[in-house]
Design a protein around this ligand. Structure first.
Ligand SMILES: Cc1cc2nc3c(=O)[nH]c(=O)nc-3n(C[C@H](O)[C@H](O)[C@H](O)COP(=O)(O)OP(=O)(O)OC[C@H]3O[C@@H](n4cnc5c(N)ncnc54)[C@H](O)[C@@H]3O)c2cc1C
Length: 548
């Protein structure tokens, strides 16, 4: 035996090969079916093109952008204020690829085609899998459009830059840029959910503009070219567009204080900021600020659910890949009956989340044309945002566990997905706020109740567990005295009903039956991996398997 051979400790074996590049669209059968069902099949080629980029180059950028966190640059070397944030090149590349494919604007460019919001939701679903942090400026840039239209002159000036399929990272006045990104400032130290507690003041100027004096406590994407911001004017809380640079070419009086040290979302920067007379323009009437900015928020809430569905899909892909290659006790993990149950149950959750997110995207898409879809969009956005975002942390933890110890190590990407998982349930209105919003919609806009029952009623008779749930809900909503304290339970069950109805109508009986039996019929435990034995387990794994 040579000296070298004497010191060989072991051969590396039973390790999982890298997943390699995949097409996040073509390789995702469940997503493709949902896109077809919800009327965006015409965008197949664009989605497949982005799917290849998102599942390839962007995956590598996602690692680099999160390993190299943004840095605050308050001053230049000579002491002049910059109030800037420096990002790693991988962040800029992610933004560039996302914007070149229209993750921020596809729905507006194709607004004349039914299903444009569905196609754009699919782009977002895929981008989120490669990197969630850059999805923050992308969702806000997408979502600003309806709110900005309340100020036609501003819209005429800004929307061409917002809608450009391009990325321009230069810190310059917007007028000199071909493409812009937009952020949003609502949350202050003394109140986030209750934005009426804002203390930022808007002082009117002789030329019709305003100056803002106050602060924002969570001010994400601080390198945006402009923000929609809430502040109190004389007529009440009002929405404003606050540009990064003043019209005269000087830096606006937006002082960044520090960056948040966040649990996750590391590629993206979130800041605290003070406004020392920051120049801005009014968007919508004085006193209508909450209603105006809610038009933006309703779209970012849809993205919260779409993003969380994408995050779960990516965690599932990693778990499936590992289980198909790793052996324990003489079999591949995927062949171990109990592991197969866990994977199938996770796959079932992704089927339901994807179906619901894309259905809500279609309702949002159709809302200008169809009042019933508008009512469904109103209530189902809050229901879906609550439930899908609430499922993500437990889901990612379970997917992580499928990888064993490797799932606790950064190289696997699961720790990053896990840190990201709680964000969407907090941002843009926490869980309770979503549940209360469902109750508000039901009380103030009775057409939302009709739209909900019509949607689940379309599957009436297809499964007795769903029929029973629908009957229960009608009574549960009528007991108004205790509705608020029961809101989480009620909204959770409404989400499950919507998901069940969608899967039943989607036409895969095995999937729909597994969902109804487990989520509605009581044949499920509190953890994933508790499906009843049956053919659904193999079928779900087969459907979820990522293809190159
Ligand atoms: C990473 C990250 C990025 C963010 N980026 C931005 C941004 O760019 N712009 C921005 O404006 N904000 C941003 N936010 C802020 C976020 O939207 C708020 O944190 C969120 O809306 C909650 O507000 P809050 O933190 O003030 O909590 P609070 O409003 O104090 O709420 C605390 C808890 O109380 C619950 N609660 C509140 N009212 C009720 C009630 N009536 N009944 C029952 N429960 C209730 C809430 O559900 C929540 O669970 C960001 C947050 C995070 C984590």
């Amino acid at each position: 035996m040579s000296v070298a051979e004497r010191f060989i400790t072991h051969a590396v074996g039973n390790q999982v090969p890298p997943l390699g590049d995949t097409n996040l669209y073509q390789g995702d059968r469940v997503l493709r079916e949902a896109i077809d069902r919800e009327g965006a099949g015409w965008a197949d080629a664009a989605l497949a093109a982005f799917g290849a980029v998102a599942g390839g180059e962007m995956m590598a950028c996602g690692f680099a952008a999160n390993e190299n966190r943004p840095k605050l640059k308050l001053f230049d070397r000579s002491g002049h204020r910059l109030d800037a944030v420096e990002f790693h090149p991988a962040y800029h590349r992610l933004m560039q690829l996302g914007m070149q494919h229209g993750v921020h604007a596809y729905a507006w460019r194709h607004a004349d085609r039914a299903g444009a919001h569905v196609a754009r939701a699919a782009l977002f679903f895929m981008h989120y899998q490669a990197d969630s942090g850059t999805c923050c400026p992308l969702t806000m840039t997408h979502a600003v459009v309806p709110a900005l239209r309340h100020a036609p002159a501003l819209a005429a000036e800004w929307l061409p830059r917002v809608g450009a399929f391009d990325y321009d990272a230069r810190d310059l006045p917007a007028a000199g840029k071909g493409a812009c990104t937009i952020g949003m400032g609502m949350t202050e130290k003394q109140g986030g959910s209750d934005v009426r507690a804002n203390t930022t003041r808007a002082l009117p100027q002789a030329d019709g503009s305003y100056e803002l004096v106050g602060h924002k406590w969570f001010f994400s994407a601080p390198m945006s070219d402009a923000w929609l911001v809430l502040a109190y004017a004389e007529g009440g809380i009002t929405c404003f567009l606050m540009p990064r640079w003043r019209p005269d070419g000087s830096r606006n009086a937006i002082r960044l204080q520090r960056l948040k040290d966040k649990l996750g979302d590391w590629s993206n920067a979130s800041s605290e900021a003070e406004f020392e007379g920051a120049s801005c323009q009014r968007v919508g009437d004085e006193g209508r600020g909450v209603a105006t900015i809610l038009e933006m928020v309703s779209l970012t809430r849809l993205d919260c659910m779409t993003g969380s569905a994408g995050l779960m899909r990516q965690a599932l892909v990693q778990a499936l890949h590992h289980a198909r290659h790793r052996e324990a006790f003489g079999k591949r993990l995927v062949e171990q009956p109990l592991m197969a149950n866990v994977l199938a149950d996770l796959a079932l959750e992704v089927e339901a989340a994807t179906a619901l997110a894309m259905r809500v995207a279609r309702a949002v898409d159709a809302r200008a044309r169809d009042p019933a879809e508008a009512a469904l969009a109103r209530i189902a956005t809050a229901i879906g945002k609550y439930w899908i975002c609430k499922r993500a942390p437990a889901f990612v933890n379970e997917a992580q566990e499928c990888l064993g110890g490797a799932g606790y190590v950064e190289e696997s990407s699961l720790p990053r997905l896990y840190r990201q998982a709680p964000l969407n349930s907090i941002w843009e209105g926490c869980g309770n706020i979503q549940c209360l919003d469902v109750l508000r919609a039901l009380a103030k806009e009775p057409e939302t109740r009709a739209a909900f029952f019509a949607e689940v009623g379309a599957a009436r008779g297809a499964h007795r567990a769903l029929d029973a749930e629908v009957a229960w809900l009608a009574e549960a909503l009528d007991d108004r005295a205790t509705l608020e304290v029961r809101a989480r339970r009620v909204v959770e069950r409404m989400a499950l009903m919507l998901q069940a109805a969608l899967l039943l109508r989607a036409g895969n009986d095995t999937v729909a039956e597994a969902f109804c039996a487990s989520r509605l019929g009581g044949q499920h435990g509190a953890a994933f991996g508790t499906l009843a034995p049956g053919p659904a387990i193999d079928a779900l794994i087969e459907r979820a398997a990522p293809a190159p």
